[in-house]
Design a binder for this molecule. Structure first.
Ligand SMILES: *[C@@H]1O[C@H](CO)[C@@H](O)[C@H](O)[C@H]1NC(C)=O
Ligand SMILES: *[C@@H]1O[C@H](CO)[C@@H](O)[C@H](O)[C@H]1NC(C)=O
Length: 254
């Protein structure tokens, strides 16, 4: 008998606990343990807003197929891609593929490349490819590529741009890649990636969003990449996207 009473009491206590009563006098973080506790503590809205156990949304993949000396590509890099990435690097994953309308041929030893804007462009494509390969992190190489593309002479300013942003990296490290087998292989990989595009690219700059290219996406990217990335991102929008971030009234009415 006493045994059953004990169980009953335990069950009652458990039921009370699961309603959340006891939880509400504890830390507000505990209010959000479950829908029930949140509701019992009348904190549902607050818990939803501060529920950071939600898995983060996937980043928006923005890939740019381009050529280092094509004026339209340079304009897009400098006026759309770079400023957007500056604001939204936390939610966008940038892939740069310098190759574009170039052609390649294997001469039995190495790949030979022919670029739309001549040999300097092939060299610019290679330098940027090697910068990405040697420096790895977009946060490290994107500013250098931006510096090159926004300067008067893309190729001849490359070394100065590297010095400016990564003074500890030797220019020779980059040039060893450019002149060697590694650069040749990396550029061939760019060619394969470009040739694998579906639909095949018809012009540069050619943009894909999450691997997809349509005329509409391309137009939106050209007009306002930031709007497109914000619109595409599935997670809660960062403040930089404007409008849709969580708003707090931070003023007092008299
Ligand atoms: C917080 O998120 C988790 C996982 O998505 C969910 O199980 C839980 O119910 C959420 N809490 C509230 C109070 O909405
Ligand atoms: C970024 O994109 C590349 C290629 O498009 C992919 O391999 C990589 O996993 C992506 N990274 C993140 C963090 O989404």
């Amino acid at each position: 008998m006493g045994y059953f009473l004990g169980l009953l009491l335990l069950a009652l206590v458990a039921a009370k606990g699961s309603e959340g009563k006891g939880v509400c006098d504890q830390s507000p973080l505990k209010w959000c343990r479950s829908q029930e506790t949140a509701s019992a503590c009348q904190a549902e809205q607050w818990c939803r807003a501060s529920n950071d156990t939600e898995p983060p949304a996937a980043m928006v993949d923005v890939s740019l197929y381009y050529e280092s000396l094509c004026p339209g590509c340079r304009g897009f890099l400098v006026f759309q891609l770079f400023p957007t990435w500056m604001l939204l690097s936390e939610i966008m994953n940038v892939t740069l593929v310098p190759y574009g309308n170039a052609k390649e041929q294997f001469d039995g030893k190495q790949w030979q490349f022919t670029c739309q804007h001549g040999e300097q462009e092939c060299l610019g494509n290679l330098i940027e490819t090697c910068l990405m390969n040697v420096l790895h992190k977009p946060s490290v190489y994107i500013p250098i590529i931006f510096c090159m593309e926004s300067s008067e002479d893309v190729v001849n300013n490359a070394e100065a741009c590297l010095k400016l942003y990564q003074p500890d990296v030797q220019w020779d490290t980059i040039m060893n890649c450019v002149k060697g087998d590694q650069g040749n292989k990396l550029m061939h990989a760019n060619a394969l990636m470009t040739d694998a595009l579906k639909p095949p690219h018809e012009y540069v700059p050619w943009v894909t969003i999450n691997g997809e290219h349509t005329e509409e996406l391309q137009q939106e990217a050209m007009n306002s990449l930031i709007t497109l990335v914000c619109k595409t991102y599935k997670g809660s929008k960062p403040a930089e996207c404007g409008g849709s971030a969580v708003h707090h009234k931070n003023y007092c009415l008299s």
